[in-house]
Design a protein around this ligand. Sequence first.
Ligand code: FAD
Length: 685
Amino acid sequence: MNQREKLNSLQEIEMHKMVIVGGVAAGATAAARARRLSGDAEITVLEAGPDVSFANCGLPYYIGGDISSRSKLILQSPESFKDQYDVTVRTETEVVSIDKGGKTVTAVDKKTGDNVVFSYDSLILAQGGRPIVPPLPGVEKDHVFSLWTLEDMDAIHAHIRDDQPQSAVVVGGGFIGLEMVEALKKRGLNVTVVERLPQVMPNLEPEIAGYLTEELISFGVEVLTSRSVTEVTENSVMLDDGRELAADMVLMSVGVKPTLKLAQETGLAIGEAGGLLVDEYLQTSDPSIYAAGDMVEIEHRSNGRKVRIPLAGPANRQGRLAAGNAMGHKRSYTGSLGTSIVRVFEAVAGSTGLSLSRAREAGIPADAVVIHKEHHTSYYPGAEQVTVMVIYHRETGVVLGGQTAGYAGADRRLDVLATAAAAKMTVGDLAELDLAYSPPLGTANDAVNMAAFTAENRMTGYSPALTAGELDVWAGDRNPQIVDVRDTFARDLAHVAGSVHIPLTYLASRIGEMDSSKPVLVVGENGKKAHQALRQLIQNGFTEVMNASGGYISLQRHARAVGFANFNVGLADLEAKSLEDTSEDEVGDSTEAAAEVKNPLAGNAPIVIDVRTPEEFASGEYPGAINLPLDELDDRIPEFGDFGREITVYCASGARSAYAQRILMQVGYTNVTNGGGIMEMMYSK
Ligand SMILES: Cc1cc2nc3c(=O)[nH]c(=O)nc-3n(C[C@H](O)[C@H](O)[C@H](O)COP(=O)(O)OP(=O)(O)OC[C@H]3O[C@@H](n4cnc5c(N)ncnc54)[C@H](O)[C@@H]3O)c2cc1C
């Protein structure tokens, strides 16, 4: 290009007239990007609604009270767009037709009813979608809502404030539905969620969804799956199983459909996934018309299939790219992994890329493993368990997707998996990743590394494992012997019916109780001890041994979400949780109670001392044991009585109790036994 041509093309860009239809996520981003690329382009945003660039993702949090000022949800106004970007925004202006040949759009000014015509060099459609409202009797009633816009939010807010509903039914267990369950609970309503599919959050594998189900149940939410609403009455909804649920308000949250009428009437091509067809440059079948956001279909980054991914991140990035391409800054869109995450009360779960079921449906030879690990070192206060599932190509090990769950740290692991899937890294690459670590912030082998090690072990056949869902099928075929290698406390809470309890420590001595020619399923708490047990069994000539990936935690969550056909997995009682903080009362009570209790060390009778921390002690103790953490032992020795007293000490593994034994013997106690770990103690009982 010579100097003159360059100047001409520059002038063309500077003369550019861009019209954007829709002014929220994709549209607003496109407008801002277009202005940054060209100082002189004429940029007009036409928005049918009363608001532009608002935070629709934040709507549930205003209803729930986490966000107290409504104005914080408004990110831009027509005035601020003009001031900051010199972009003309016309709200309440609905585009009703496009003249492709003449390059004009006609819009209706909703305030005056007038038709207004706008000409364009490039047009960007960013019309998004609308919530689906199923055509059920009663859905038109005033107490039935959807949530998509600020107006929807205001209507729900006003209904709760003015009509004071006591009960709500949320129809649809996707992420907006579940965020609204939390919001409505926070506003004091009794909430039931009704989901047509067998589990909430259908994008998640059942055991990850089951984690959210547990949280919902803990907070007193009724979760009804595999059921549909058939009718809405004045104060109830009817279900297809004949049940009637009290409902002073109903939220319909069953999905979103792309807004395509205008595109269809214009003759723009619609794609196989039901969204507006765009090429890699987000160009529609008309070269002057680009499109972005919830209305388009794009390529799934893991397998190249056409999909619709109605999420804010992709919408924003597509808007940015579409504006650049329309302005001549060509760049192709690489597709989306559909990475999404939701917080329900305190529980967080998310997914990226392909789920195991989606990958297999697409004909990909995919496998998955699950691990549960502390989100930071267990010895630093506040460690929470985080769950990581990695989905990978069985032969190449390429990461196809991942899912995570936890109270803390699930977001970070999900982002690592999203990056790995985008970069088409293998589980081997993941195993080698240097991830941030210091005791309050992680573990030396992060949960992602551990998941990768486990995946490698499954891939190579070194440690065969199946996910909870896969095990159901496998067990149906094999009728395996089921060995529960967990500790007594965990087993007492819940176990698989018909399983044999052999704690890992005793496996070697009791191996003869099993038939080495028959398949064995080993169940640990989280899969780790079961891996050790599995290796031991294989080394002892067992030919078919399978680990339950993610252990009993995963089995239980899967059972809670969708159940098993071939197992009877016992369910432990869930902790009842409340939105009110009762901790102050609890402290008061326990202090008073403590004052009344006499010193358990007093006297000279034989005693059993548990030298673990109070938290460990609370998870289960040897009957009659006295909790005296190792750190406090020195100070309490004067209370121990005669040197000949029979004292047994134990801890989690036998290591801290060995210290305790040495300390007591050094000061003169002669009859001190190290009982070892809690497992050995319980077993000896
Ligand atoms: C309650 C809620 C919570 C959400 N939470 C999350 C989340 O946590 N994470 C996440 O990734 N995503 C979330 N989303 C989804 C995310 O908000 C959408 O994916 C994103 O807003 C899509 O952007 P868009 O620009 O394509 O469409 P929209 O944001 O829907 O904007 C489209 C706009 O186009 C306008 N329009 C349509 N037709 C015309 C016309 N003919 N003329 C003029 N204007 C028109 C509409 O009025 C609308 O304002 C949430 C959505 C909701 C509703």
